[in-house]
Design a protein around this ligand. Sequence first.
Ligand code: NDP
Length: 295
Amino acid sequence: MNATTPSITFIGLGPMGQAMVRTLLGAGHPITLWNRTAARAEPLVAEGARLADSPAEAVAASDLIILSLTDYQAMYDILSPVESQLAGRTIVNLSSDDPDVTRKAAAWAKRHGANFITGGVMGPAPMVGTDGMHVYYSGQKSVFETHEASLRPIGKPDYLGEDEGLAQLFYLANLDVFLTSLASVLHATALANAAGVPAARIYPRLVQMVTETGQMMDVGEDVGKNLDEGHHPGEMASATMMGATADHILTASKAAGIDTVLPSALKSYYDSAINAGRGSESWTVLYEFIKKSKA
Ligand code: NDP
């Protein structure tokens, strides 16, 4: 084993895990694999990885154990039977789940003498190992620093702090935007399609709108700072103006006979602000009602 390319045990071979293992093999790490469905390991074994017969054998093979599983329950299903073998090892769990579930998992690992680092992978499998990929990490800093070089080939590490829930929280916050954007584009496509516009005609324009929305949200003032300070200057785009448009979207959706869950939710945010007498402030005033503080 080379000091700069220590051996790694990798558990979980969905599309993500497979891409990560390829990247880590490419970086020269000896890799021991385990996967519930052993057949998924075959191509990776052909590329140089070693398949363990059992989770116990996989855990024994390396100090660093990386998990890429559907959720945290899968980790317990695999590692609980071998928890007495975890002492002194480091688990890096790159699976998605709730931040509290993640914190409890870290406590579980520590009870068994293991280190625990949480990761949130910010891109799809084809982006693994590319410059565009970054990965949020949180957990004990010294532990992260020990393994940072081994993790780096997967994507640019973005270490957030010692709280193991943080990486999961940042991941979920990003996915909140991502999933809502995906659904909004599909909803808008359906709105146009109900009037006879082929999805192929409008979909690319809506995707462009997602990009432009990001640019519009970022210009000028420091919006994030204003949100923290409860400051919502609204000269350019008031909540009343935007709320009228939200109402038009809902009305048009009803007329088109398409689903109205998303535009109803959207309109309800604007209604809350306008009904509270804050319609002249910026659309960002919705934040006060979404976070349910005293608006
Ligand atoms: P999949 O759900 O396709 O695969 C996950 C792995 O989990 C498989 O190896 C599967 O085993 C294993 N698994 C699930 N349940 C159990 C269980 N109870 N016991 C044992 N093994 C189990 O996920 P992906 O590879 O797509 O993603 C992995 C993680 O990365 C997820 O948490 C996902 O949210 C996250 N992620 C994924 C992205 C993507 O684009 N795919 C993007 C960013 C994050 P088996 O092969 O036997 O089914």
